[in-house]
Design a binder for this molecule. Structure first.
Ligand SMILES: *Cc1c(COP(=O)(O)O)cnc(C)c1O
Length: 467
């Protein structure tokens, strides 16, 4: 039986056919990406219904599978690797990182334990040192690689919770959460949704959370900061998802450290500011925190998915996230599963390593500066068209409004249907706004001009409609 099955699979490494096919389709896709409409067209979206077929009872040819995906799948992607996608906070993908992903996908490594993949273990360890150096963190800081900032925050806050309870004489590992001393969490009312999700998973509810009033830019108001103590987790943010603003880490970390509170920084896209000479001032003092979460798949332009969790206390980190089993062989070398909630994981370190090696510290700083410069240009040009820029464009986020909620909505509808670029709506201080996140290395001056023209047509359309 087994032999038959083996024989039934075409051996692609021998005939290479399907890999050549995938490569050709991929090149086809990449070639057109900078000219392509960003959001799928209606006629393409109709092709999605082809995927709703009954469970195949028998297998399908490899060629047909690839062709189906290319024909019906490619046109229904967002052109996120092009230069005109500004939705959410999504990074692009540097070509070298995709190439490395292709190569290492063929390796199909599991970065669970050193013995499961020495190369994945070593590269992950090297990435840890580089990241710690890049952000100027305490040298003993440990890193885990996860799916994204959501996971990263969950991991970091798990370590925070367990460590705080242990420090206060409570053994969570033995007693569990029931009957544990209360932990207080202090964060800005504008903190990211993923943090509330992580806290709720960890058994920390709204009554344990103090939401601090924020400044107009969404950052935490220093004068409203409640008393902190050794049972407090203070969560700060590098880069508000709407305004891009940064909390005042320097002052806040000093205050919190004086009281032995745990400081976690959600720096999904903002933490990278630290790598740029021009923008490092935004993240000043962030190295004084206890744990950090940051995404490589955003500002750094590593392909999905690659989140990073960092914690100053390696032992506490591994204690909170370890698992034991008769067959789990810890090596004393890099055992990746000690730093995440997962066990088996793809080796995200390969793409991260390649990106850092490709750009170097200087190049990463330059990338950050390029994104921020494009955001500033965007804001200036949109202001000239008559948009109100709602935020001080300190980083890569631009928040705009046109006259009022209704007209803003109308412009956005036009721009989204125009498909020259894609950006989404948000609510800011009770008003409807359009949010642009400039997050891809691939954005050119021409891209920005094409987008400005689209917004200009959007205004004309809105005015015409309002008559
Ligand atoms: C994107 C983002 C998150 C969530 O990160 P994922 O990688 O999507 O899990 C959390 N915080 C901020 C500030 C973000 O921008």
């Amino acid at each position: 039986m087994q032999e038959d099955f083996y024989e039934s699979v075409s051996k692609p490494l021998r005939n290479k056919l399907i890999f050549e096919m995938a490569k050709d389709y991929a090149f086809d896709y990449m070639d057109g990406i900078s000219e392509r409409h960003v959001y799928p067209k209606e006629e393409d979206l109709l092709k999605l219904k082809n995927f709703y077929e009954p469970l195949p009872q028998v297998g399908t040819d490899e060629e047909e599978i690839l062709l189906t995906l290319h024909k019906n799948g490619s046109p229904n992607t967002l052109a996120q690797t092009g230069g005109r996608y500004y939705g959410f906070v999504n990074g692009g993908a540097l070509p070298v990182t995709l190439a490395v992903k292709w190569l290492t996908d063929v390796w199909d490594q599991n970065s669970v334990l050193y013995v499961a993949s020495p190369i994945a273990g070593v590269i992950e360890e090297v990435c840890e040192r580089w990241i710690v150096d890049l952000f100027g963190l305490p040298t003993e800081t440990a890193m885990g690689l996860v799916g994204g900032s959501s996971d990263a925050s969950l991991c970091a806050l798990t370590v925070a919770r367990n460590t705080i309870l242990e420090r206060n004489g409570y053994n969570i590992y033995e007693n569990g959460l029931m009957g544990a001393p209360e932990i207080r969490v202090v964060l800005s009312e504008n903190a990211h949704a993923t943090l509330f999700k992580a806290l709720s998973i960890l058994g920390i509810g709204s009554k344990n959370i103090i939401k601090v009033e924020s400044n107009p830019d969404g950052t935490l108001r220093l004068d409203k900061l409640p008393e902190l103590d050794e049972k407090t987790i203070l969560i700060l943010q590098a880069g508000n998802v709407n305004t891009g603003a940064f909390d005042q880490f320097d002052t806040l970390c000093d205050l919190a450290n004086e009281k032995n509170a745990w400081i976690h920084i959600d720096g999904a896209f903002g933490l990278w500011a630290k790598t740029s000479k021009e923008y490092a001032y935004l993240a000043k003092g962030m190295e004084k925190a206890t744990s950090w979460s940051v995404d490589a798949h955003k500002t750094l332009n590593v392909p999905y998915d690659c989140g990073i969790v960092l914690c100053k206390y390696r032992d506490a980190f591994c204690k909170a996230l370890q698992a034991n089993g008769d067959y789990i062989i810890y090596s004393g070398k890099r055992d990746g599963m000690l730093y995440t909630t997962a066990m088996s994981r793809r080796a995200r370190s390969f793409e991260l390593w390649a990106t850092i090696k490709y750009l170097g510290k200087e190049g990463i700083g330059t990338l950050v500066e390029a994104l921020c410069k494009n955001a500033k240009t965007f804001a200036e040009r949109l202001a000239q068209l008559g948009f109100t820029i709602l935020n001080d464009v300190v980083y890569n986020q631009v928040l705009i409004q046109y006259v009022d909620d209704e007209m803003t909505k109308c412009v956005l509808e036009y721009v989204q249907e125009d498909r020259v670029c894609w950006c989404g709506p948000t609510q800011w201080k009770g008003n409807m706004a359009i949010r642009l996140s400039v997050c891809s290395w691939a954005t050119t001056k021409e891209d920005l001009e094409l987008c400005i023209d689209s917004f200009k047509r959007g205004i004309e359309y809105t005015r015409e409609k309002g008559k």
